[in-house]
Design a protein around this ligand. Structure first.
Ligand code: KG4
Ligand code: ZN
Length: 343
């Protein structure tokens, strides 16, 4: 529940990490089934925590895409039902725009709103996209990944090395224990749009590093740990991870962070941006948070608080607010979109 696009009255997240973790990644069928199970209690709890009755709500915002169609369909169908029963208008929101609005909302709330133009990096399991955000709420795509998203690269490396799913938070937590300069990775030079990203070469380089070593005993140790506890502590991971692997993780993370911040800095300079918005699950990364501010000159760098960095409904409510003001409502023919470009 969000008020005036700037105050989070309640934010309820039903995490599916424990369910998908067993399979090493998101299983679409399980995701939609869990959405179906969670949607009613989550909405009820959101209203309760906000101390609000449905009658006090102005509109119902729902994610139209991009994403897994099954999960989107559950949300859209439920939102339509709620809108029909309550007579409230329905607002369709782009998931990526939601990530950007998590930051716009928090900046507004802090009393220091985002100044435009802004450069926004949405970096998650499905996206590594750079946008120019204008004050009138329009977006221009500046660059995107040509293969894996940064979060996907974190997850694939994590899975390869036996750290379970999702890999991002574990790699982030272990990276400070390794030497980030121990392994030198070179990233492919971009032909065409030099603001694009590519992480598949880095993923292959990690695979080569892995294949050149006998990792069997080490992997066995981590597998046994994951069987004991689905979410081990840093100390538990450190007990089953030798220094060479910690060095690899630190070097991998440094390479991703360097690539992301280099592109941001270039875009800020070119666009004369006043603000940098970094959002999406990977925006939780402490290495990225530490590196971005010193790397960017001439613009204020903003991250959402971690609870609003990963997927949540409050950011969708925040992105819906300008649409509410413009009375930009969706019809009951609203359909999910697996792919839904923002610009
Ligand atoms: O935005 P999000 O919750 O869902 C998508 O829209 O994809 O992002 C999830 C992604 C996963 O790939 C996860 O590994 C990554 O964000 N992630 C991180 C961290 N926390 C989450 N990656 C690096 N460092 C982190 N601390
Ligand atoms: Zn997301």
């Amino acid at each position: 529940m969000v008020e005036d696009g700037e105050r989070v009255l309640s934010s309820i997240v039903a995490s599916q990490l424990d369910i998908h973790g067993k399979y090493g990644g998101v299983v679409p069928e399980l995701a939609s089934r869990e959405h179906l199970r969670a949607v009613v209690p989550v909405v009820r709890e959101a209203l309760q925590r906000a101390g609000c009755a449905l009658g006090e709500v102005d509109a119902i915002a729902v994610t139209q895409g991009p994403g897994l169609v099954g999960s989107l369909l559950v949300g859209i169908t439920y939102a339509k039902g709620l809108a029909l029963a309550s007579g409230l208008p329905l607002i369709a929101v782009n998931h990526v725009e939601g990530h950007i609005h998590a930051v716009i909302m928090e900046a507004k709330q802090s009393g220091h709103p985002v100044e435009y133009p802004a450069v926004a990096l949405v970096v998650s399991g499905g996206h590594t996209h750079l946008f120019l955000v204008n004050g009138d709420g329009t977006y221009r795509l500046l660059g995107k990944t040509r293969d894996d998203a940064a979060g996907e690269a974190f997850d694939k490396v994590g899975r390869l090395l036996g750290f379970g799913y999702p890999g991002g938070p574990v790699i982030d937590a272990l990276a400070p224990y390794g030497n980030p300069k121990a392994v030198r990775f070179t990233l492919a030079k971009m032909k065409g749009n030099t603001t694009d990203f590519s992480f598949s070469g880095l993923k292959t380089a990690v695979l080569r590093w892995f294949e050149a070593r006998d990792m069997a005993a080490e992997l066995e140790g981590r597998k046994a740990l994951l069987c004991e506890t689905p979410r081990p502590s840093v100390e538990e991971w450190l007990a089953v991870t030798p220094k060479t692997t910690l060095d690899l993780l630190a070097s991998f993370q440094r390479t991703v962070v360097e690539e992301l911040t280099r592109r941001i800095a270039g875009c800020v300079e070119e666009a004369g941006a006043q603000t940098v918005i970094i959002s999406g699950g990977v925006a939780c990364n402490l290495g990225l948070r530490a590196a971005a501010v010193p790397r960017v000159t001439g613009a204020r760098v903003l991250f959402p608080t971690p609870r609003l960095s990963t997927d949540n409904a409050a950011m969708i409510g925040a992105a819906a607010f300008p649409k509410l003001l413009r009375q930009e409502f969706a019809g009951f023919d609203l359909a999910p979109r697996a792919s839904m470009p923002l610009a």
